[in-house]
Write a protein that binds this ligand. Structure first.
Ligand code: UDP
Length: 327
């Protein structure tokens, strides 16, 4: 069986749904600090899902998973994801994102489980030295969150050498969209991400959308990001799982569309889809934001045979419908 840590969260739940659609039975492990029980219940109604509420920082909880279920592969999403909070409270982030991962990997090794797909991030690169960014770009994270992801990648490298634990690290660029039927979607509290924040300004009265910075060195002055659809991303996890099973080889892949969109282009697309104007407030730059983050994802396309199918419009449409369903 496949274990999905953080399976009640945004990308985790879409990955679970994709595996369910392919006929898999899975175990979700989640502390529900950031994940949602409603998401687990929805997934349980759709497929053959087992749920364990637990904390990876607690070794007994981790041990309980592997003693109770016959796991052959782990997809590891669990972790805290707020960059700003990681700067304010680095200890919380190192404990939850790095120590918790060590607990997981050690227990896997003890139980002779040798495959893990790890949810990494483009945050490992820091300020780009060139663009688009390929996997060979040096790692120089700008904050503890990015450091955590980078360190876990390094730990996995060591664990492959020492314990033969094989891993695929997937470095996501910006993720967007929701399930086509609005059963699950992006749901963070507090919400810091661009597209859900724009949508909230539509559905929640008195909410204004704040643009962080208009003086970047880009064609319209706002930041450019590479928004990859969450269902395409979920499929990449399936391909990574198959790759590990068939090749038994560790590797690292960027996941992005290789197309950039500015903040302005994103909110204009939302305005088009929603059929209304958004209340916008222009603000100073947010600390730590790079002007342009764009993926070179040719390695994932070539080796994993990953083909991202959805456009930014597709992602915004499903995100819109999901947000609408919550109001
Ligand atoms: N952004 C913004 N207003 C918001 C949230 C984000 O202008 O309410 C901008 C942010 O400065 C960045 C882009 O949107 O340039 C994407 O930010 P997000 O937090 O979604 O992802 P990140 O690129 O930081 O991982």
């Amino acid at each position: 069986m496949i274990l999905v840590t953080g399976g009640a969260g945004y990308i985790g739940s879409h990955t679970v749904l994709n595996f369910i659609n392919k006929g898999y039975e899975l175990v979700i492990f989640d502390s529900l600090e950031n994940g949602h029980i409603e998401t687990v219940n929805t997934l349980k109604q759709i497929g053959n899902i087992h749920f364990i509420k637990g904390d990876l920082r607690n070794l007994d909880d981790v041990e309980a998973i592997f003693s109770n279920y016959k796991i052959d592969t782990v997809i590891h999403f669990a972790g805290f994801i707020q960059v700003e909070e990681s700067v304010k409270n680095p200890e919380k982030y190192y404990k939850n994102n790095v120590l918790a991962s060590i607990n997981l990997f050690n227990t896997m090794v003890q139980h002779n489980i040798q495959r893990v797909v790890f949810s990494s991030s483009a945050a490992v690169y820091g300020e780009p030295l060139y663009t688009p960014i390929d996997e060979k770009h040096p790692k120089k994270p700008l904050n503890p969150y990015g450091e955590n992801k980078s360190q876990v990648e390094e730990i996995l490298k060591e664990y492959d050498a020492k314990y033969n634990l094989k891993s695929i690290c997937l470095r996501y660029f910006n993720v967007a969209g929701a399930d086509l039927q609005s059963r699950i979607g992006e749901w963070h509290e507090p919400e810091t991400h661009l597209i859900p924040n724009i949508l909230k300004s539509i559905f929640e009265k008195d909410k204004t959308f704040k643009v962080f910075g208009t003086d970047y060195d880009t064609f319209d002055g706002t930041c450019i990001r590479d928004y990859v659809n969450v269902e395409d991303l979920a499929e990449a996890h399936y391909l990574a799982y198959m790759y590990l099973k068939n090749n038994n080889k560790s590797d690292i892949f960027n996941l992005g569309t290789e197309n950039g969109s500015s903040v302005k282009e994103v909110f204009e697309t939302v305005e088009e889809i929603a059929g209304r104007k958004i209340n916008i407030e222009y603000q100073e730059r947010r600390e730590g934001d790079a002007a342009i983050l764009l993926a070179n994802a040719s390695k994932a396309k070539k080796i994993l045979k990953w083909i991202p199918k959805h456009t930014l419009e597709d992602s915004i449409k499903t995100a819109y419908l999901w947000e609408k369903s919550k109001h």
